[in-house]
Ligand binder design. Structure first.
Ligand code: BG6
Length: 491
C-alpha cells in the first residue's frame, strides 16, 4: 500500500487526555502505526495541564484504547511499541508560565520535521493557544494547526476565532477539520462524479429531479448537554457536515484535484445557496425536538429529561428545502435533514433522477419508480444505483426496481473507513483538500445565521417527535407539498 508520510513528524495534541484525543485521535494514530504509516522517530506529544496525571499518561491512553477500539485492535505488544512515540507533556494551553518553556526545548534540532499542533480544546482558548505558540517560537514554516468544530456559533464569532488564529498561522497552515470529509465514501463521491462520463452527462437539472442528504442519528446528548443546548442541530450538523456534503455533490469539476481548487468550487456552491429569510423560514425549514420513545425496544428519555431542564427551545432535528441559484441546479431542490434519537443511524445522499419522458409500457407492467443513486456513508459505506428492469421470473412483462450494489466493505478487501485517521495523516502530510477553508465556513454561516435568527426572534417552538421516529410529521410534509417523499433505504 502506498504510504502517505515519508518524514518523521511531531504531533502536539493539546487536550491530549481529553475525550476527542482518547476516543478518536490517538486510536487513529495507533491504527496508522499498525499499518506502518508512522515514520520512525516521529513523536506524539500528549499534552495535559494535570501535572499529577503525567506519569500515568501511557496508562490512560491504553485504558481508553481497550474501551473505545474495535475488538482485536488493541494488542498489548503492539501498544507497548506504539507507546514509545508518546511524549507525556505538561503544559497549560492558556498560561505561558506553565510548561511552555519546557515544551519548546523539546523541539531543538527538529526544525525540518513537520510540526502539527492539534487543538483538541475548547474554541474559546484557541486564541490563547496560538498566542503562546507564537510567543514560544514553535511555529516554523513547516508547521500546521488543526482546529475542530465548532468554530464559533455564528459568522461574527467564527470570524473572531479565525482572526485570532490567523495572527500566527497563514491560511494554508490552518486545517479546519470536518470528520465527515474523512469518510472514504465522501471522497469516493468525487471519484464517482469526476471520473465517470456516465454521471458527468446526467449531473444537472436536466436529469435530476431532486437531491436528499440525511444524517440520522440514534444517539441523544451523549453527555454533551451544555454544548448542545447552546448549539442545536443547525449549528452542530447543518452548518458543517451537511453543507459540506451538499458542496461536494453540487460543485463544478475542478480543473485539477488540488486543495485550493476543490475548496474554491465548494465555496461557489455555498455562496449560491438561496437565502432563506422571513416567511420562507417557516415554509422551507422544520425544527424538531424529541420526546421519550422506544428505540430498538428500549425506552429512551426525551430531550428535556436528558437535559434535566424543564424548558428549552433548542432543536434536535432540522429539515430544510434548499435551492442553489446557478445554471446547473436551477429548480432542483436539495432536501437536507438531520436529527438525534431517530429510528435508525444512517447517513446518505440520494440523487433522484427525473421520470422517463414517456411510459411506453402497459399499465399491467406496473408503476415506474425513478432511478436513484444512493451514496450511503453510514452504517455501511456503499453506493447503489436503482434501475427499473423486467421481473425475470414472470413471462409477462412486469417491471420492478433492481439495485446495482457496490458495497465497499465487501468489494475493497481490507477496507475500513476511519475518518480521523485519514484526516490526521493528511494534515501531517500537508494535504489540505479535505479541510475547510475560512471562506467556506464563513459562507456556510452566512446562509445558516438568518434562519437561526428568525427562529430566535420569533421564539419558534420546535415540533415534537417521538424518539425512534423519523422526526416530526412536518418534515414529511415539506416533501409531500412538493409531491415527493424522504427515501427510506430499508423500505
Ligand atoms: C459531530 C456532532 O460533529 O458529529 C455530534 O457534534 C454528532 O453531535 C457527530 O453526533 C456525528 O458523527 P458520526 O460520524 O457519528 O455520524
Amino acid at each position: 500500500m502506498q504510504k502517505i508520510l515519508d518524514k518523521a513528524f511531531d504531533l502536539v495534541l493539546f487536550g491530549g487526555t481529553g475525550d476527542l484525543s482518547l476516543r478518536k485521535l490517538l486510536p487513529s494514530m495507533y491504527r496508522a502505526f499498525i499499518e506502518g504509516e508512522l515514520p520512525e522517530d516521529s513523536r506524539i506529544f500528549v499534552c495535559s495541564r494535570k501535572k499529577d496525571e503525567l506519569a500515568k499518561t501511557v496508562e490512560i491512553v491504553e485504558t481508553a484504547f481497550k474501551k473505545f477500539m474495535l475488538p482485536n485492535e488493541y494488542q498489548k505488544g503492539t501498544y507497548d511499541e506504539f507507546a514509545k512515540l508518546i511524549v507525556p507533556t505538561y503544559v497549560d494551553v492558556a498560561d505561558y508560565q506553565k510548561g511552555w518553556t519546557e515544551l519548546t526545548t523539546m523541539f531543538d534540532k527538529r526544525e525540518e520535521n513537520p510540526r502539527i499542533f492539534y487543538l483538541a480544546i475548547i474554541p474559546s482558548i484557541y486564541g490563547d493557544c496560538c498566542e503562546n505558540l507564537g510567543r514560544s517560537g514553535l511555529i516554523t514554516s513547516n508547521s500546521r494547526v488543526v482546529v475542530e468544530k465548532p468554530i464559533g456559533y455564528d459568522q461574527a464569532s467564527a470570524e473572531d476565532i479565525n482572526a485570532n488564529i490567523a495572527k500566527h498561522f497563514l491560511e494554508d497552515q490552518i486545517y479546519r477539520i470536518d470528520h465527515y470529509l474523512g469518510k472514504e465514501t465522501v471522497q469516493n463521491l468525487l471519484a464517482l462524479r469526476f471520473s465517470n462520463s456516465l454521471f458527468e452527462q446526467f449531473w444537472d437539472s436536466k436529469s435530476i429531479d431532486h437531491i436528499q442528504i440525511s444524517i440520522n442519528e440514534q444517539v441523544g446528548l451523549e453527555g454533551r448537554a451544555g454544548f448542545y443546548d447552546g448549539a442545536g442541530a443547525m449549528r452542530d450538523m447543518v452548518q458543517n457536515h451537511l453543507l459540506q456534503l451538499l458542496g461536494l455533490v453540487a460543485m463544478e469539476s475542478p480543473n485539477k484535484m488540488t486543495a485550493s481548487n476543490i475548496r474554491n468550487e465548494k465555496i461557489k456552491v455555498l455562496q449560491a445557496l438561496r437565502p432563506i429569510t422571513g416567511d420562507n423560514v417557516g415554509r422551507y425549514t422544520v425544527r424538531g425536538q424529541y420526546v421519550a420513545g422506544n428505540i430498538n425496544e428500549k425506552l429512551e428519555p426525551g430531550y428535556l429529561e436528558e437535559l434535566n431542564c424543564g424548558n428549552s427551545l433548542t432543536e434536535t432535528f432540522v429539515a430544510i428545502r434548499a435551492n442553489i441559484d446557478n445554471w446547473r441546479w436551477a429548480q432542483v431542490p436539495f432536501y437536507i435533514r438531520t436529527g438525534k434519537r431517530l429510528k435508525r443511524r444512517s447517513a446518505e445522499i440520494v440523487i433522484q433522477f427525473k421520470d422517463v419522458s414517456h411510459n411506453a409500457f402497459e399499465e399491467s407492467a406496473g408503476q415506474l419508480t425513478p432511478n436513484r443513486l444512493i451514496i450511503q456513508l453510514q452504517p455501511e459505506e456503499r453506493m447503489q444505483l436503482i434501475l427499473m428492469a423486467k421481473d425475470m421470473t414472470q413471462l409477462k412483462t412486469e417491471l420492478k426496481p433492481v439495485k446495482l450494489d457496490l458495497n465497499f466493505t465487501e468489494s475493497s478487501k481490507g477496507f475500513k473507513s476511519f475518518g480521523y485517521k485519514r484526516l490526521l495523516l493528511d494534515a501531517i502530510a500537508g494535504n489540505a483538500s479535505l479541510f475547510i477553508h475560512r471562506d467556506e465556513g464563513s459562507a456556510a454561516w452566512k446562509w445558516v445565521d438568518p434562519i437561526i435568527d428568525h427562529w430566535q426572534e420569533n421564539k419558534d417552538v420546535p415540533f415534537l417527535y417521538r424518539a425512534g421516529s423519523w422526526g416530526p410529521s412536518e418534515a414529511e410534509d415539506l416533501l409531500k407539498n412538493d409531491k415527493r417523499a424522504w427515501f427510506d433505504i430499508e423500505a
